[in-house]
Design a protein around this ligand. Structure first.
Ligand code: FAD
Length: 327
């Protein structure tokens, strides 16, 4: 039902080099969306009653320093572009350090091991080992429209339990067919005495810096608190993706958009609109931000058409009803 393909080059395309810089409201009735042309800097605004935000989220970055401050330390979403820019010799005896144990880490390990056959690769992760995602048949019914209804309609307590019990359906798991290939590669590497691969269990990155030669990652052992430096030519943070609340584009609407008690999740209706704190004449729909209410299908492609249809139907109904064409 679900298919995973390489995650190394997850580019953000901006159609016609146009991006949205702001979403705000006019007197409770309408929204204004500010659009900027990246090349010319020209700005325009669109006035609307409904906006759908489907921006794909943001690379999760656990370091204090901003992403742009490093040459040799970057997020896995930038792997191919950044390696290209570094112009490393394929036959060189480089050292790569991958942080994380999910699908992106596993893909990055497989790619680097093949593209740089003489490189040493260190992987550091919080867990004991990479483990498979749960892609089993019965569980996959979470990716059916009525799976979403089931998750959405149970009490908050049960929803939390479902999300906890089935976390490895989409999070921090690796496709079942890739794991034996990686293990075989590591097994023969050890058997041949090459020892190209090192796995640091129970560690997380707490800091990084660059020297003239490469990157130094400060790693903390989460079982005993000890700190170790890992030196590498390149450190790749395969640390996943965030869908923040509050979303930077929605800051101007924070008086309206309802969040849960932690203020870290938008409260969502089944039709993917955000619940409003106070009456207003506009609607904000989110695509990809409703995992905590709608379940794991939210972050994947399986139900994309169904989600899009639900949102489009709701917007059409709202428009028709505003025009007095729906009873
Ligand atoms: C590494 C990786 C691998 C994945 N593999 C799979 C898989 O195998 N199977 C699967 O089902 N799902 C997979 N997914 C999930 C899948 O990619 C998402 O479910 C899907 O892409 C979400 O679609 P979207 O249109 O909401 O967001 P995206 O596809 O991310 O599109 C977002 C768009 O919004 C644009 N944008 C962002 N900000 C602005 C702005 N301010 N103004 C204008 N435009 C903007 C971006 O440029 C981009 O074009 C993967 C995700 C990742 C990160």
């Amino acid at each position: 039902m679900r298919k995973y393909y390489g995650s190394l080059q997850y580019c953000r395309y901006r159609i016609c080099d146009i991006h949205v810089t702001d979403i705000d409201n006019i007197e409770r009735s309408d929204l204004t969306v500010t659009i900027e042309c990246t090349n010319s800097g020209r700005r325009n605004t669109v006035r609307t009653k409904s906006v759908t935000l489907a921006d794909g989220g943001f690379p999760a970055w656990p370091l204090v320093q901003p992403q742009g401050s490093f040459q040799n330390v970057f997020h896995s979403s930038q792997t191919l572009n950044r390696l290209n820019a570094l112009n490393l010799a394929p036959e060189g005896d480089h050292v790569f350090h991958i942080v994380g144990s999910g699908q992106s880490s596993a893909d990055t390990l497989a790619y680097l091991a093949g593209a740089f056959p003489n490189a040493k690769i260190v992987m550091s992760y919080r867990s004991y080992a990479m483990r498979p995602e749960d892609d089993s048949h019965f569980v996959n019914e979470l990716f059916m429209p009525d799976g979403v209804d089931t998750v959405f309609n149970v009490s908050g307590e049960w929803r939390e339990k479902i999300l906890k019990d089935y976390w490895h359906v989409t999070h921090n798991g690796v496709t079942l067919d890739l794991l034996p290939k990686l293990y075989e590669m590591v097994y023969y590497d050890r058997a041949n005495g090459e020892n190209r691969f090192t796995f640091n269990r129970f560690t997380e990155i707490v800091d990084a810096c660059e020297t003239g030669k490469g990157a130094v990652a400060t790693m903390k052992n989460i079982t005993d608190g000890t700190i170790t430096d890992v030196f590498a030519d390149v450190t790749i943070l395969a640390t996943g993706y965030d869908r923040p609340c509050e979303h930077p584009l929605l800051e101007g609407l924070s008086d309206y958009l309802e969040t849960d008690s932690t203020a870290q999740i938008y409260t969502m209706n089944r039709d993917y609109s955000v619940k409003m704190r106070q009456p207003c004449g506009f609607n904000v729909f989110l695509q990809g931000y409703a995992e905590k209410s709608h379940g794991f299908s939210e972050a994947l492609l399986s139900l994309m058409p169904e989600r899009a249809a639900t949102i489009a139907d709701e917007i059409t109904t709202l428009e028709l009803s505003a025009a007095g064409m729906v009873a």
